[in-house]
Design a protein around this ligand. Structure first.
Ligand SMILES: Cc1cc2nc3c(=O)[nH]c(=O)nc-3n(C[C@H](O)[C@H](O)[C@H](O)COP(=O)(O)OP(=O)(O)OC[C@H]3O[C@@H](n4cnc5c(N)ncnc54)[C@H](O)[C@@H]3O)c2cc1C
Length: 232
């Protein structure tokens, strides 16, 4: 575990914070876009008192680690995290996990809610490096107020012709010309040139991942080319 300083903390929507952390000393560890780290709350002696895993949402080239974290009512870790101010010190342990981006030519990312976090790291990486990977990202949010990273996703899809981002809302509160409803097999078939040729990264609530996996399988995707990261 390494000690990091909280350098940025903002509410992105009514219940999701974006946090940025920089190492107190030394270099930031290198990681593959898509990996996660444990965040540790520290006791007065600097030892870990509570830890939770969070996907890293920043580009590996950034000098900070970024996380997007939903405050869970009554949640042990997130209720404490939401009251921490810039300058606070946290522990970070990582990088961990096997959800990292591969060099597959055709990548389909499927996510709901804060499942966008590892996808943002991968999108930022593909966009910055001008990789020639073809990426389709289908993202489900509750309503237009709860779309995370909305303006950055607009910028990335404008700047990177190889990245297509489709947002679908499960509730329409304000005028919306995009997709409506949950991520479905039909929505996937509509946006993937040939579902069989894609590698899949699926992230979000466990029930949602179950559906993504079923739809991708029904569309002929290879189960060996599917990666999952789920919570909640
Ligand atoms: C690999 C990995 C990566 C993760 N990345 C992220 C991330 O990028 N962003 C993020 O916000 N979370 C992420 N999580 C979830 C995170 O680790 C915590 O579980 C979450 O923040 C709740 O912690 P807590 O201590 O506040 O709640 P707890 O005290 O652990 O839980 C309180 C109650 O809330 C329920 N609960 C827990 N999480 C959720 C949820 N998300 N929605 C609704 N109910 C919930 C629990 O079942 C429990 O009943 C990730 C989990 C894993 C395994």
């Amino acid at each position: 575990m390494q000690h990091f300083r909280l350098v940025y903390s903002e509410l992105m929507t009514s219940d999701v914070y974006v946090l940025r952390l920089e190492p107190l000393s030394g270099q930031l560890f290198s990681f593959s876009p898509g990996q996660f780290a444990f965040l540790h709350l520290l006791d007065p002696s600097g030892s870990s008192s509570l830890k939770r895993p969070y996907s890293i949402s920043s580009d590996p080239a950034s000098k900070y680690l970024e996380f997007c974290i939903k405050i869970v009512p009554g949640g042990q870790f997130t209720s404490k995290l939401s009251s921490m101010s810039v300058g606070s010190i946290l522990g970070v342990e990582g990088p961990l996990g096997h959800f990292g981006l591969s060099d597959a030519s055709n990548c389909c990312f499927l996510a709901g809610g804060t499942g966008v976090a590892p996808m943002m790291s991968m999108l930022r990486f593909v966009s910055r490096t001008k990789s020639n990977q073809n990426v389709v990202f289908i993202y489900s949010a509750k309503n237009s107020d709860s779309i995370l990273y909305s303006s950055e996703m607009d910028r990335i899809s404008k700047e990177s012709p190889n990245i297509k981002i489709v947002v679908t809302l499960t509730q329409q509160l304000t005028p919306w010309t995009g997709e409506l409803g949950r991520i479905s097999k039909e929505l996937m078939a509509k946006n993937l040139s040939d579902p069989k040729i894609y590698s899949y990264w699926m992230c979000g609530p466990l029930e949602m991942i179950k559906s993504f996996k079923q739809y991708a399988s029904e569309l002929g995707a290879d189960p060996k080319k599917m990666k999952f990261e789920g919570w909640g």
